[in-house]
Design a binder for this molecule. Structure first.
Ligand SMILES: Nc1ncnc2c1ncn2[C@@H]1O[C@H](COP(=O)(O)OP(=O)(O)OP(=O)(O)O)[C@@H](O)[C@H]1O
Ligand SMILES: [Mg+2]
Length: 476
């Protein structure tokens, strides 16, 4: 943006005023000086002042790049120069002419009553100075108006740029939010898909095993009764026919009948126990794979944890180079909890798997010291309306920078292919969003980690957030 009234215009118009005074002063001194060399000096000064006044005057009206004057005065300034009452142009020209005449006057005419001198002195203290003052004032006024307009434009530009920045920041936030939502949705989908595959598989296996096992379990009692009857019959035979034929006697000895009769009840009993166990496993598998995403139901939390442990059982066992993981269960008597049992089992599965992974990693580092990898699962009725489940391990603990990102979708410290980094974010979603509970992590490096789940007994009441700080005693 070009500014028409620049600092030079205001300065030079002010200088015109000063020059007019200077010219009048030198004119007076020229007349009063008798010394010819001084007179010559004064003439030169007068000449310089007049020339400068002339040049400035032309520059102000028509522009002069050497003086940085743009010319093109406003209508108001123009009228000051060329119209009544000031006629500045005419007065300046006249003043310059009169000064020229004084300068060319012969020496004998350089007296105090010289008409040119009188004109100059009168104009410099009267009409001319007033006219030049009017011009300076007008230039100053225009300069201020222009400055204000310039500042206003600056403020407007600043406001516009602020608004644009805010708009961009808002859009940026919206994009970030959408991205997070997308990531969460994707994480949820992957984990749901994973769990639903596992659920389907378990449900299929449970269904297939269920029929033959029920058949087996149902018939074992009959078989036991039949065997008891046959043994009874055998004993009756022995009572009433104490000396059987040689062939029978030989067979009794070859099968060691006494041992057989003693061992038989034990065999049938262990068969009963084994089939009972298979039935329990089937029940657990079905419990775990319940397809009740959308349905809340009254559930036994302990049964959910047990069935999860059962599914993961193979991983607790001692393996080459790895100690057996000890499981300590401290279950309180809990009421049935109104919850979504399937997703909640998924949470137990994620937390126990993480604990096992941590313990296995820890064993690698503690090969040479006495160490029992342990997972402790504790349930508690906190208030009549709230329960807590703690899943703790004596693994390596979690570093601060990992702890800060634990619940972020896709955050994992495990090698590619081993962890997707979804377990905790999904668990958090299930506990907090689906159940109105809370999920907290307390961890001490080198000692272990505990995850604390708090759940309301009834689904619509939200859990108060009462867990603070990590203390070592909480881990023992
Ligand atoms: N009990 C624990 N002890 C030590 N570190 C843990 C424990 N639980 C979780 N972590 C850390 O938190 C990270 C995130 O856990 P999360 O369950 O979300 O993902 P993941 O186990 O890596 O992968 P995924 O569960 O999807 O297979 C883990 O990679 C691990 O570094
Ligand atoms: Mg995990």
């Amino acid at each position: 943006m070009s500014r028409e009234i620049n600092a030079s215009v205001v300065n030079i118009s002010g200088r015109q005023r000063m020059l007019s005074q200077r010219i009048s002063l030198f004119s007076l001194r020229l007349v009063c000086t008798l010394d010819p060399s001084q007179q010559e000096e004064i003439r030169q000064c007068l000449l310089d002042a007049v020339e400068l006044m002339e040049k400035s005057h032309q520059g102000l009206l028509y522009g002069d790049p050497t003086l940085q004057l743009p010319g093109h005065p406003s209508k108001e300034v123009h009228s000051l120069y060329f119209e009544a009452p000031h006629y500045v142009n005419q007065k300046v020209q006249q003043y310059i002419q009169e000064t020229g005449k004084l300068l060319t006057s012969p020496n004998e005419n350089l007296t105090l009553d010289n008409p040119h001198l009188n004109y100059i002195i009168n104009a410099a203290s009267g009409e001319l100075i007033q006219a030049l003052d009017a011009v300076v004032t007008q230039y100053q006024k225009e300069s201020e108006i222009q400055q204000k307009a310039f500042e206003k434009t600056l403020v407007e530009l600043y406001n516009k740029s602020q608004a644009a920045t805010q708009f961009a920041q808002k859009r940026n936030l919206e994009i970030q939010e959408t991205l997070t939502q997308l990531q969460q949705a994707q994480a949820h989908l992957i984990q749901t898909e994973k769990m639903s595959c596992l659920g389907q598989l378990l449900a299929g296996v449970a269904h297939e095993i269920n029929n033959p096992v029920t058949f087996l379990y149902g018939n074992i009692n009959h078989a036991e009764n039949y065997i008891t009857d046959i043994v009874e019959l055998l004993k009756l035979y022995q009572k009433y026919y104490p000396t059987p034929a040689d062939e029978i006697q030989d067979f009794i000895e070859s099968i060691d009948l006494d041992f057989l009769l003693e061992d038989l009840p034990k065999v049938t009993n262990s068969m009963k126990i084994a089939s009972d166990r298979i039935l329990q496993i089937v029940l657990s598998l079905r419990n775990f794979s319940r397809k009740d995403e959308g349905e809340k139901q009254n559930t036994d939390i302990e049964a959910g944890i047990e069935s999860t442990l059962l599914i993961l059982q193979h991983r607790f066992k001692e393996k080459t180079g790895k100690e057996e993981i000890k499981i300590i269960k401290e279950f309180a008597k809990l009421p049935a909890i109104e919850c979504y049992a399937g997703p909640l089992n998924q949470v137990f599965m994620n937390l126990i798997t993480n604990a096992m992974d941590a313990l296995e990693e820890c064993q690698e580092n503690r090969k040479n010291c006495a160490y029992t990898p342990t997972i402790r699962i504790r349930t508690e009725l906190k208030y009549p309306d709230k329960i807590s489940i703690r899943i703790a391990d004596n693994g390596p603990g979690i570093r601060e920078e990992v702890k800060e990102r634990l619940f972020e979708p896709f955050f994992t410290t495990k090698p590619i292919g081993q962890g997707t980094g979804l377990g905790l974010s999904i668990s958090h979603q299930i506990v907090v969003e689906k159940h109105g509970g809370s999920l907290k992590c307390v961890s001490v490096l080198g000692q272990g980690t505990e995850f604390l789940i708090e759940l309301p007994v009834r689904l619509n009441q939200l859990c108060p957030d009462k867990v603070t700080g990590a203390t070592q005693s909480q881990l023992r």
